[in-house]
Design a protein around this ligand. Structure first.
Ligand SMILES: Cc1cc2nc3c(=O)[nH]c(=O)nc-3n(C[C@H](O)[C@H](O)[C@H](O)COP(=O)(O)OP(=O)(O)OC[C@H]3O[C@@H](n4cnc5c(N)ncnc54)[C@H](O)[C@@H]3O)c2cc1C
Length: 445
């Protein structure tokens, strides 16, 4: 039975880019909605993803790439909880508050699903060992874990005499040569090479970076000439680029590629695409497509439902060209006002309008003050693209205080050396992986 409330309630599952911007929109007077807006997220912040890699590599403080949801959407209510299920019949969502084992339910009049995405994995018979041995770039802990790992490996490699083993320890492999993979590669390479100056036994040629991309070229989302320019630049910096090749096996101390070649390395960073949140499968009554995404109509309504809506990375919403809108923050942010207007229209008995948000542009920083950018017919590379990347994302960083913090971090970075220390947030399994392989050797030497 559907619970009766004095004020109608809109529940938003996921307070990431999409969910938080929507919560803020829905509480604005212009929509004329007198409703309670409740956001459920396992964190009380969302990550400003464009700055996550910089936060991981020490260019900005990790906390400065997070946005507190309560501050961002102060008129909405936040439940810091794990979403675990739903019952569309009684219009209720099942959740567990963080730190509390008791199961609870909350009723809704409208439900918005904005649970985002996860890193795409392949079945073990297609690519093995990724879950056990690879690093990812999705959460704050991932970004910090990669930095911690690099510092630990530099310490270890500096302490051993076996040159072959030192080079294996200092070989970093990125799988996936699109935007996230190339950003990680560019930033981490700079971080490791700059840090290595403090290690007397490590020479520049002991450090190696490689990228494997299944497509014929890196950064396939960009026009050919920008992608070629970025590839040339990365090659000049000594990065091994393998295009048209995938990785089939990931082990603690090596990878095997699709040509059957075994390559010794210590760290594999897996950035080979994304998949919709697997939690969608546990939410009864959601229409899912063959990729596990939530199938929506062009007005964001979940297909076949009256009051369930989808947005962001987890939803497949046809854009103006009929194709699903791409899974990007810039899309999720601009979906928010369209979806808020459609929920308001439904409440006020007006017809909804089809949405449709187009890509505004792609900016990719490559490290060392270089980048590539394609924004509405403008194609730029080099220092100008890097400056555009910094300028645009600084302007897009929510709230003045946060923008100032990021700006100060960048300015300090220009004049002070980074701290090449561990933050100790990495998973125990990853620590064990290094120690078991090379700890023995260090003691033998
Ligand atoms: C490293 C990186 C860099 C990126 N850079 C860019 C960029 O430069 N430009 C750009 O446009 N896009 C970028 N993106 C993509 C962008 O971040 C996503 O498209 C965007 O975050 C999608 O918004 P969303 O609201 O759908 O998902 P998210 O922002 O991921 O939000 C989902 C929310 O749901 C919560 N959640 C999930 N499951 C549960 C559960 N069971 N219970 C409770 N809460 C849950 C999560 O905690 C999260 O807060 C980048 C992504 C990554 C990983």
């Amino acid at each position: 039975m559907v619970e009766q409330r004095e004020r109608k309630r809109i529940v938003i599952l996921g307070g990431g880019f999409g969910g938080s911007y929507l919560a803020k929109e829905l509480t604005r007077r212009k929509y004329g909605l007198d409703v309670e807006v409740v956001v459920i997220d396992r964190n009380n912040y969302f990550i400003f993803y464009p700055l996550l890699i910089e936060a991981g590599c020490g260019s900005i403080e990790p906390r400065h790439c997070t946005v507190p949801i309560r501050e961002f959407a102060p008129k909405a209510e936040l439940l810091m909880a794990e979403v675990v299920g739903m019952d569309p019949e009684s219009q209720r969502v099942h959740f567990q508050l963080v730190g509390d084992e008791q199961s609870r339910w909350i009723g809704y009049d409208h439900l918005v699903v904005a649970l985002g995405s996860v890193t795409r994995m392949f079945p073990e018979d297609v690519v093995s060992g990724v879950r056990e041995h690879a690093f990812f770039m999705k959460h704050m802990s991932d970004a910090v874990a990669i930095r911690d790992r690099a510092v630990e490996l530099l310490e270890l490699a500096n302490a051993i005499d076996d040159l072959e083993e030192r080079r294996r320890l200092l070989h970093f492999v990125v799988v996936g040569g699109n935007v996230t993979g190339i950003e990680v590669l560019g930033e981490l390479e700079v971080f490791v090479r700059e840090a290595s100056a403090q290690y007397h036994n490590i020479k520049d040629e002991d450090i190696q970076f490689s990228v494997y991309e299944f497509n014929k070229r890196l950064l396939a989302i960009l026009p050919d000439h920008l992608s070629n320019w970025a590839t040339k630049l990365l090659r000049k910096r000594g990065i091994n680029i393998h295009t048209g090749v995938s990785v089939k096996e990931v082990h603690a101390d090596r990878i095997v590629d699709s040509n059957g070649e075994t390559v010794p390395c210590s760290t594999v960073i897996w950035t080979a695409g994304i998949a919709p949140s697997p939690m969608l499968k546990n939410l009864n009554g959601l229409p899912l497509n063959k990729f596990g995404g939530m199938q929506c109509e062009s007005d964001y309504r979940a297909t076949g439902t009256p009051n369930i809506w989808g947005m962001g990375d987890c939803a497949s919403v046809p854009g103006r060209d009929g194709k699903p809108m791409p899974p990007l923050a810039q899309i999720a942010i601009r979906q928010a006002p369209q979806l808020a207007a459609n929920i308001a229209a439904t409440e006020q008995g007006r017809p909804t309008k089809p949405g449709g948000v187009e890509l505004q542009g792609i900016l990719v920083p490559l490290g060392r003050h270089r980048g590539v950018a394609a924004i509405k017919g403008l194609r730029v590379h080099g220092i100008l693209a890097w400056l555009m990347w910094r300028g645009i994302y600084l302007m897009k960083t929510p709230r003045f205080g946060r923008r100032l913090r990021v700006l100060v971090d960048w300015m300090l970075n220009a004049v002070c050396r980074k701290d090449y220390v561990q933050l100790g947030m990495h998973a125990a399994s990853h620590r064990d992986m290094i120690r078991s392989k090379s700890g023995e050797r260090a003691s033998q030497d």
